[in-house]
Design a protein around this ligand. Sequence first.
Ligand code: ADP
Ligand code: ZN
Ligand code: ZN
Length: 736
Amino acid sequence: MKYADVIVDIAQGSLDRIFQYRIPDGMGEELTEGTPVYVPFGRGNRLVKGYITGFSDQTSYQPEGLKEIHSVIRGEMSIEQRLLSLAVWMKQRYGCTMIQAMKTVTPVKKKVKPRVERVLMRTVSTGEILDYLHTHVKKNQTARIRLLQALASDEQIPYEAVLHKLNISKSALDSVIQAGLARLEEKRNMKEAEGGPVVPHVVLNEEQEKAVSQFVRDFDRGQPGVTLLHGITGSGKTEVYMEMIAHILSRGRQVIMLIPEISLTYQTVMRFYRRFGSRVAFIHSRLSQGERYDQFERARNGQVSIMIGPRSALFTPFPRLGLIVIDEEHEGAYKNETVPRYHAVDVAKRLAEMTGAGLVLGSATPSVDTYARAVRGDYKLDRLTRRAQEGSRLAAVSVVDLREELKAGNRSIFSRRLFAGITQRLEQKEQVMLFLNRRGYSSFVSCRSCGEAIKCPHCDVSLKAHRNGMLVCHYCGYTAPIPRLCPSCGSPYIAGFGTGTQKVEEAAVKMFPKARILRMDQDTTGGKDGHEKILSAFMAHEADILIGTQMIVKGHDFPDVTLVAALAADLSLYADDFRGAERTFQLLTQAAGRSGRRGRPGEMLIQTYVPEHYSIRAAAEQDYEMFFREEMSYRRLMDYPPCTEMVSVTVSSRREELAKEGAALIAGKLGDFCQTGLTVIGPADPGITKINDIFYQIVYFKSGDSRLILQAVNEIESYYEWTDLKKNVMIQFDFK
Ligand code: ADP
Ligand code: ZN
Ligand code: ZN
């Protein structure tokens, strides 16, 4: 290689400005993507720091006019270099460009006026707050009531939590300030729980204590490793994370904690503020680029030591990272759905290795992949098997067979049992949550009499209904017309699973005319703070029934909810290709955890056409082990991950025939490359074949031998690099 692409000082921003430099004789050996170098820059040839981002043999400039790299910078890895080498790794693993990878790992630099972070401080006693609440506030002033109740339990609440999480308008806030009940101060004054009078620590139970002390021991020995914390809902996982975090801070290191955005409620945010005061910061998707950059700078220069946020929080530039926690590690939100298609757990593992940090994955329903690794001994495994709070019990779960409803002439979405359950809760002034566990578009077709979904004869995944009336397998391309009668039982009640939350709401309004009903889905949460508005209203018991997609059952803790129902559990069962059963089990189990969280007994109903399916039975028993055994034998039988490794190659082009041609070439190449040990599937149509005028095709390949998988990835990469393919199509890898 004669020339190197160099990006100059990424901290200064614009990633698109890449310069070519000549590589001096003898230096080539030392250079790889990510290597920091000094290069002469600008008119005066001032030496500036840059990073290598790629190599080439040709240049479109006058070769003699190009400047030469001055020298390689040696020494300890800087934060930039660490992020860059992470970008290099992502580029190789996911087949994206270096620029795409760098844009993922470095925040866009946008200066904002440094914001003074503020905190709302209560200036009177709890008793006075409550007095004021009862004597001065009218029943319909819901925001004011919410704020005063919050102030009664917390002396200090960060301003952004008041605004975005509690959803208090400025006028409601002003009225409370003017009444002399609270005032705004700089957040720097915010106290941490230690030493402060705030909340008493809980005393960890034996299982929690064991998880913490093992982690502390291994970390202090310099072997933090990866830990799976498998604890049922409400078993006290968050308390365990907080103890671990406190230990890491005491060692002078920093912590990144990922929480799915939807679970980052007021309650969760406040738990961390109470414990860690102003040392904790949050990022979320509604921050502007400048605000986000500002948060990252605060992490870089030591103003905060804990960053909590969605998957992009992984790229927080902490100088000495000590721990990454991923809560609800099974969540789909950790998978990036745009290029590069990385999974947060995957990247976190790499980052933890690079920095000597520990990685803790927590879940009540770990992904099958993670659990399989823990069982194999690749991860440490800690279990929390009991609810942490005195008197708290898991909900009683029962399954309602919708085929029986159909036989009895009830075609509505409410089974007789559910109807009775809701009626009773309304009388008792308790709350109900009704959800549809749909993901993306659930376009499979199933029979309402026998419950069978129509599957591909070759792949054992459900066929998807396309608009033209045909059923298509997205794995192998098999196509068949939609039958008029069920192939298993001959019933004519065969249909796409089309119910939406809006229809459910309409039905509920008719059936329960006196109930106050809230709906939460993509349509109702569009605006700023949309989720929080609905959730905080439901939390304050401003409605009796909450209807929504699965997002309503994720991580929230509503004290008055005593009945939760999955209206059609089958929705997620066939919607998700080979992970459908896993998603269904996870959703149902998580949902059961939402019912009856504080003392009062909870109930969960699962309505389904396939009550005998193991994912539904295991969810009803809340038996993870049973689910895992059954699921693993299915995965083994079908040769799906984690029993094999599976990679999908997405081939895209502006021209349909080129995408198809490219996919066929790659499938052919894979076939030649190793006749044995590698199974190649496709080319096939992906779920959506055209987005923004770009056409997509997919090739899958899988093997039990992970080295073979990596070889195959490299083989396609180099084949792709050196043929005409590169000009016309894009390829990306997606590790399943
Ligand atoms: P998870 O994260 O597993 O859902 P949490 O950490 O949120 O569980 O704990 C559930 C509830 O139990 C919380 O209200 C928490 O304060 C409480 N809790 C956790 N650990 C203990 C403990 N050791 N003793 C008493 N209460 C606890
Ligand atoms: Zn049937
Ligand atoms: Zn198929």
